[in-house]
Each structure stands twice: as structure tokens, then as C-alpha cells.
Design a protein around this ligand. Structure first.
Ligand SMILES: NC(=O)C1=CN([C@@H]2O[C@H](COP(=O)(O)OP(=O)(O)OC[C@H]3O[C@@H](n4cnc5c(N)ncnc54)[C@H](OP(=O)(O)O)[C@@H]3O)[C@@H](O)[C@H]2O)C=CC1
Ligand SMILES: O=C(O)CCC(=O)C(=O)O
Ligand SMILES: [Mg+2]
Length: 742
């Protein structure tokens, strides 16, 4: 029987990585075809996902398949090999902007009904709910997370350390979190022995019952948690922190994850907006109600909604917005030139990336005056906020970390099957009245319960047993392979962690841990221990739940490497396949802005190079494709050469950018293939390309440079025009012709 072709699925996403793909994919396809590998693209962009969910609004030729669901199904097949680039986890303002662009391009998808008034609108709202926020990653991540800095990348960072802002002991920057009334203080957790199901029920003060969720299926040994955040405590906390920032003269900044925690965090964000602009929301409560202002979408939503009002009324409101600032502390700014603050939209400041960026800049953020200032970083939920204060304390005592000498902190993260908080969205509810929430099993036993008040955010989380077992195994495997200690960041005083610790203790027995240093420490101690080692150049694996996975895989890489985009980010799928994520960062919206204005894309595709190499290696091992293995080896060599020769993109127009960097990768890869001796046929195939690229170097760079320092037209933001984007991203005829000749 003929051996079936190997296949890599390469995702088409959004913003900077999508732009980079126009330039990188032709190179990847050229090389992969030599090993008989099909590289198939899969559109999981925000625009693509909107179109796939509303076929009946589209003409026949506008319809596209629901690729995300197809990929989700494929994660269960052992031969699956997916390269996943970062995508937009859309906030409501982003979703609206994408819908508007699609409408303008003739795709008649419906408006997003924020407050549906009839069944049809409700159904549209629900369907958009599947597109909103972090809607891709949880579908594809059917395995746990293995994120680390490859040795070559780490060595490069040590040799050419990026800048780190100095820390002063006099810094007044700090983290503020709640001391009560948050999820941490109300968490309850149980492990269910046998598979079954639960329902979530709310009973109001008058005894009337509402079923919040009819059925949640549970597997043997599943850990479930219930918890809530008190609206009163949260708003009081915001009030106190705003006052304190004003009194002490530091910037006020809010760090949440409204994109990934797509139900609970927009509500938290909205309360911050309402408290900060209290006088405004009080004075205009009726008008804002009529206009449909939703503070959960930020102050930007107020500006949007009042834009239709007559000039005089609008300027009065704008004056009142400005008046709020006199009694309030200065806000941390996203763009001080344009007056965009931290509270403008919920997707501009995302805690995983924003806190490390602040720590890297001496604990400071940009103020309204366009200067850096000490900052109060408000992270309401205390469960994980405490680790950032530890980092700040550490930097104040020891100074900034030094990328030239510091060790590394890889992460093994519990992530599979929507583990923990990041899978809680369909079980998160904003309480409509005071009352009582219960989680009741199939036999009528109450497993979890809480007294709640109107406006509280209640949620249930799940962590399944098999993923936990697989996570423990991955931690042991990584510790064995790397020789590094592995620390489970679990707090015995936290109910959920106490359940996990029992399982970790039990599952560790299934492995040979002789000679390994495996410990369980609460997060605050774990980070202290890790940092003490880190400044001595020692490496420590963090083994964490899903939220800390997210936080730490930006925090440490941003300090160690300058960006988390340079991480190897592997998800060994539990069904046997592989999901290879390209770094741990996001889709870098600022880079697109620069490309469109200046024709320079500073996006570094190193994450893509690394992911491609492990994806090829996986095909080599699992499908016995020797040429794939050779491509992997030579690609790794080419990436190292690229780093050694400093051919990563630089920041300014006129310097080497993403496209130029891709050219160098292609040249080094072709040269590595041409000079290897394991496969003479392959060497002969790539020799002419290697020669053409080497002799064409100046011409290629000149052709790319000619497009720099001027605006680039990509024909759209959420749905770029393929032809225009391709032309903008592949401007070198010499390079295009050379690739086509293979
Ligand atoms: N896996 C996924 O799908 C993920 C998706 N996201 C989504 O991405 C979007 C943006 O998120 P945000 O929090 O701003 O985080 P990003 O990681 O996208 O951006 C923060 C900064 O990190 C730097 N950066 C990130 N990637 C690269 C790269 N490849 N090369 C060079 N620099 C890079 C850039 O710094 P500088 O500007 O200094 O160059 C960038 O401005 C959001 O929609 C978010 O939901 C976020 C995380 C993961
Ligand atoms: O899915 C998302 O919204 C972000 C994912 C992320 O930040 C991560 O995996 O590190
Ligand atoms: Mg992250």
C-alpha cells in the first residue's frame, strides 16, 4: 500500500502573525514539499470564525467551513500535526470592529446584539459568544503545556542581552489585590469519586429557584470548585485603591484578562470603569441607559455611544469626563498621544503580558504626560496576584534580573480539557439577586454552596483526572530530560490545590523519580525559591495550573529573552498528535499599526521557526519520514545561524524586518540542506536555491527596503485582501522567483 503523505496544518490567524505568514508560508511549502509533506492552511482568524458561524447570512461563494471545529475534532486523531499561531481573543469592541469591516466588504453578517430583546437576537448573541474572547485555544489545547526556551535561544539572549530597566529600592510601584471577598476567599473544592453530573441552582431570598445550568457532566475523579467574587467588596476595593493612588501620587493601572476570562473579567473591568468615573456614570445614568453604554467595554464605549449626540450635549459629557480626572489619580496609558488609557478598552492591557512589561521597565508605566512613572498595579483576584508583588520585592532588593547571567524557568502547565479557571466561562454567572447558589449531583447531594448577593460573580471550575495524571507525567519527564528541579506551585491552604496535591502525591508514585528534585510549594514560596536560583544562573521548572501557566510563560521569558514569542511551546495532545504553538505571546497589534504606517514589520517569526522544527521532527519520529527529520535538523541549524548572524527583525523602518529575516532563514536553511551528506538527492535539490539566494542577497534586500518607510496597503485589518497583503509581504521578485524554481 502506498504510504500516505505527511501533513502539517498551518493556522491562518490575525494581525502580525497573519501578515508574517504571507511571507513565511511560501518558504515553508518549498522546503516541506521536498519531504513529501503537504502544508495545509486552516483559517481560524477572527473574521474567518465569524463567517463560519453565520452561513445563512452569506452568499454561496462567501461561505466558508467551520475550520476550528474541524481542527478540534482532529486533535483526537493520533496523526494530527498542527502549527498554531497566536490569534485575537476578541473583546466586544474588537468583535464589533470585525463585523463592521466584514459588512463593509459585502459580508452581511448580523450586528452583535449586546442586550438581546427577542429569541432571534438571543440566538445571534449565543453564536457570537462562541467567537468572543479566547475561543480558539481551549478547543485545540487537548493536551498539557510544555513551554521552554530552547538552548540556542537562551544562549543567544545571554550573549546579546536585551535592555532591562534598572530597579530602585525607592520604587513605590506595587501590586494591589483584594484581601477578602474575592474568589480566593470563597473557594470550595471537592473531588467526585464516580462519574455523574451536577446542576447549578440559584435560590433567591423568597425561595424561588432558577436553574443556572441544567447539567455539567463529570468524569471519575474529577475536581470541581465553586467560588465567587463579591461586587460590594470589589467596588470598595477599587474605591480604596483609587484613593490610595491619588494620595501617594502613583499611576493607577488595572491588569485583568478580559479576553481569556471572557465572562468574569469584563464585569470586573466594568466595575473599575464605573468606580473611576463615578460622577460621570451617576450624572448620566438615564442617558447612558438609553444609549446602551456598557462600561464593561471601557470608556471607549462611552465615547462611541455619545458620538451620535448633538455637539453641545456631547461636549458637555466630554467636559464631565475630563472633570473626573481632577479628583482621580493619573491613569496608566496605552497611548498617551491619543489619550488612550488603561480603562479605554478591555483588551489593550492583558495581565500576562502587561505585568512583565511593567517589571521590565523598572516597575513603571506610561502616564498621561507621556513619561514613565511608578505605578499601582491593581490585580483584584488575590489567588495569583501575590506572585507579582514577590517579583517586585525581589527586584527592589536585588535589582533587575540580568538576562546575561540569569537561569531559565520552563513551565509544565495543566491545561488539557479546559482545566480550571480558563474553562469556567459556561459556568460563570453574574447574580441577579441576593440568594444562595448550590451545585447538586445526580443523587440530590449538595456538593458546593455559597450565599451570594446581587452583582456577585459566581463560577464553577473543573479539572479532570486524566489531564492531571498526564500533567504529573509530563513534569517528571521534563525534569528527567532536563535535569532541572520541578516545583509544583500548589498551596495546601487553597481548597482546589489541596485536592490537586493528593492527586500529585498519588500519581508521582507511578514514575521513577529517583534522583529527581520534585517539590510542592505554595506560589509565593515557589516564586521566591525559583528567583533565588534564577539570579544564580540556575534553572527550575515551574509546574502549575492553567492561569499560572499563562502568567509565568510571559513573565520569565520576557525577562530572560525580551519576549515570550521566542519560546518553544509544545502541546503533546493526549490522543497522540502534536500541537505546536509558535511562542507564548499574542498577535502584537502594535506591529500591524507600524507596518501599515511605515512598511516595516518588526514581528519576529522565531517562534514559528522553532515550532516548525519540532513539528517536522514529530513527523520524522511518528511517521518514519526521514526527510522530515532532516528538514528539522537543518532548520534548527539555520535558526541558530540566523541568531548568530543577528538576522532577526529590528524595530525601525529601514532596518531588517520580518520579510528580510525570512529571506535569511530560507538562505541558511537551503545552505544547510545543500551541505549535509545524509541525503545526497536532497542536497542536490537545494544547492541551486542556496546559490541563487546567496548571489541575490543584495538584490533581495534592496527590493524589500524599497517598500519601507512608506505606508503599506493590506486592504483590511481583520480580513486583509490576500492579493494586496501577499504583494506587501513578498515584495522581492528575486526571492519569489528563486523559491518558485525549486
Ligand atoms: N496563543 C494565542 O493565541 C495568544 C493570543 N493573544 C491575543 O493576542 C492579542 C495581543 O495580546 P497582547 O497582550 O498585546 O500580547 P502580545 O504578546 O501580542 O504583544 C505584547 C508585545 O510583545 C511583543 N511581541 C509579541 N510577539 C512578538 C513577536 N513575535 N516578535 C516581536 N515582538 C513580539 C511586542 O512588543 P513590542 O511592541 O515592544 O515590539 C508586543 O507589542 C490579544 O488579542 C490577545 O488576546 C495573546 C496571547 C496568546
Ligand atoms: O487564548 C488567549 O486568549 C491567550 C492565550 C495565552 O495568553 C497563552 O496561552 O499564553
Ligand atoms: Mg499568555
Amino acid at each position: 500500500m502506498a504510504k500516505s503523505k505527511s501533513k502539517i496544518i498551518y493556522t491562518k490567524t490575525d494581525e502580525a502573525p497573519a501578515l508574517a505568514t504571507y511571507s513565511l508560508l511560501p518558504i515553508i511549502k518549498t522546503f516541506a514539499s521536498a519531504a513529501d509533506i503537504d502544508v495545509e492552511t486552516a483559517d481560524i482568524s477572527l473574521a474567518g470564525r465569524i463567517l463560519a458561524n453565520f452561513p445563512e447570512y452569506l452568499t454561496e461563494d462567501q461561505k466558508i467551513a467551520d475550520v476550528l471545529s474541524e481542527l478540534g475534532a482532529l486533535t483526537q486523531a493520533p496523526e494530527t500535526n498542527i502549527i498554531k499561531l497566536p490569534n485575537i481573543s476578541a473583546s466586544v469592541p474588537q468583535l464589533r470592529a470585525a463585523i463592521k469591516e466584514l459588512n463593509e466588504k459585502g459580508f452581511k453578517v448580523p450586528e452583535f446584539p449586546e442586550e438581546p430583546t427577542n429569541d432571534e437576537e438571543k440566538s445571534i448573541r449565543d453564536r457570537y459568544g462562541k467567537v468572543l474572547g479566547s475561543a480558539v485555544n481551549p478547543v485545540l489545547r487537548e493536551g498539557n503545556s510544555d513551554r521552554r526556551a530552547p538552548v540556542a535561544v537562551k544562549n543567544y539572549a545571554k550573549k546579546f542581552p536585551h535592555s532591562m530597566g534598572a530597579w530602585s529600592q525607592a520604587s513605590r510601584s506595587h501590586v494591589a489585590h483584594m484581601r477578602g471577598g474575592d474568589f480566593f476567599s470563597s473557594e470550595k473544592s471537592v473531588t467526585v469519586e464516580k462519574a455523574g453530573h451536577v446542576r447549578i441552582e440559584f435560590t433567591d431570598k423568597a425561595g424561588a429557584k432558577t436553574v443556572l445550568k441544567e447539567r455539567v457532566n463529570l468524569l471519575d475523579g474529577e475536581v470541581i470548585d465553586g467560588m465567587f467574587m463579591s461586587k460590594k467588596a470589589l467596588c470598595q476595593f477599587f474605591e480604596e485603591q483609587i484613593e490610595d493612588a491619588k494620595k501617594t501620587g502613583v499611576l493607577f493601572s488595572l491588569h485583568v484578562k478580559a479576553t481569556m476570562m471572557k465572562v468574569s473579567h469584563p464585569i470586573v473591568f466594568g466595575h473599575a470603569v464605573k468606580v473611576f468615573y463615578k460622577e460621570l456614570f451617576e450624572k448620566y445614568s438615564t442617558l447612558f441607559e438609553e444609549l446602551g453604554v456598557n462600561p464593561n467595554n471601557g470608556l471607549g464605549n462611552v465615547y462611541d455611544k455619545i458620538s451620535t449626540l448633538p455637539e453641545s450635549q456631547r461636549s458637555e459629557i466630554e467636559r464631565d469626563i475630563n472633570a473626573c480626572y481632577t479628583d482621580r489619580p493619573p491613569l496608566a496609558m496605552v497611548n498617551s498621544d491619543k489619550g488612550i488609557s488603561n480603562l479605554h478598552v478591555p483588551s489593550d492591557v492583558i495581565v500576562d503580558a502587561s505585568m512583565p512589561a511593567m517589571i521590565r521597565s523598572s516597575g513603571q508605566m506610561w502616564g498621561p504626560d507621556g513619561k514613565l512613572h511608578d505605578t499601582k498595579a491593581v490585580i483584584p483576584e488575590s489567588t495569583y496576584a501575590t506572585i507579582y508583588q514577590e517579583v517586585i520585592n525581589f527586584c527592589k532588593t536585588h535589582g533587575a534580573f540580568d538576562p546575561a547571567t540569569m537561569g531559565t524557568v520552563p513551565n509544565v502547565g495543566l491545561m488539557a480539557q479546559k482545566a480550571e479557571e480558563y474553562g469556567s466561562h459556561d459556568k460563570t454567572f453574574e447574580m441577579v439577586a441576593d440568594g444562595h447558589v448550590q451545585v447538586i449531583d445526580q443523587d440530590g447531594n449538595v456538593l458546593l454552596e455559597h450565599d451570594v448577593e446581587e452583582g456577585d460573580i459566581w463560577r464553577m471550575c473543573q479539572a479532570k483526572d486524566e489531564p492531571i495524571r498526564d500533567w504529573v507525567k509530563l513534569a517528571v519527564t521534563r525534569s528527567r530530560l532536563s535535569g532541572m528541579p520541578a516545583i509544583f506551585w500548589l498551596n495546601p491552604e487553597r481548597p482546589h490545590d489541596a485536592q490537586l496535591i493528593k492527586k500529585v502525591d498519588a500519581y508521582l508514585q507511578e514514575h521513577d523519580t529517583d534522583g529527581l528534585d520534585i517539590q510542592i510549594l505554595p506560589p509565593v514560596q515557589a516564586i521566591r525559591y525559583t528567583m533565588e536560583r534564577l539570579i544564580r544562573g540556575q534553572d527550575t521548572i515551574s509546574v502549575t495550573g492553567n492561569v499560572l501557566r499563562d502568567y509565568l510563560t510571559d513573565l520569565f521569558p520576557i525577562m530572560e529573552l525580551g519576549t515570550s514569542a521566542k519560546m518553544l511551546s509544545i502541546v503533546p495532545l493526549m490522543a497522540g498528535g502534536g500541537l505546536f504553538e509558535t511562542g507564548a505571546g499574542g498577535s502584537a497589534p502594535k506591529h500591524v499599526q507600524q507596518f501599515v504606517e511605515e512598511g516595516h514589520l518588526r514581528w519576529d517569526s522565531l517562534g514559528e521557526f522553532l515550532a516548525l522544527a519540532v513539528s517536522l521532527e514529530d513527523l520524522g519520529v511518528k511517521q518514519g519520514n526521514a526527510r522530515a527529520a532532516l528538514l528539522a535538523k537543518t532548520l534548527d541549524g539555520a535558526t541558530e545561524t540566523l541568531l548568530d548572524n543577528n538576522k532577526s527583525p529590528l524595530r525601525k523602518a529601514g532596518e531588517l524586518d520580518n520579510r528580510g529575516s525570512h529571506f535569511y532563514l530560507a538562505m541558511y536553511w537551503a545552505q544547510a540542506l545543500a551541505s549535509q551528506t545524509e541525503d545526497a538527492e536532497l542536497a542536490a535539490q537545494f544547492k541551486p536555491l542556496a546559490e541563487k539566494l546567496a548571489s541575490g542577497e543584495q538584490a533581495i534586500l534592496t527590493e524589500i527596503n524599497a517598500t519601507q518607510s512608506k505606508a503599506a496597503d493590506i486592504g483590511g485589518y481583520y480580513l486583509p485582501d490576500d492579493e494586496k497583503a501577499m504583494a506587501a509581504m513578498c515584495p522581492s521578485k528575486t526571492l519569489n522567483d528563486a523559491l518558485a524554481s525549486v
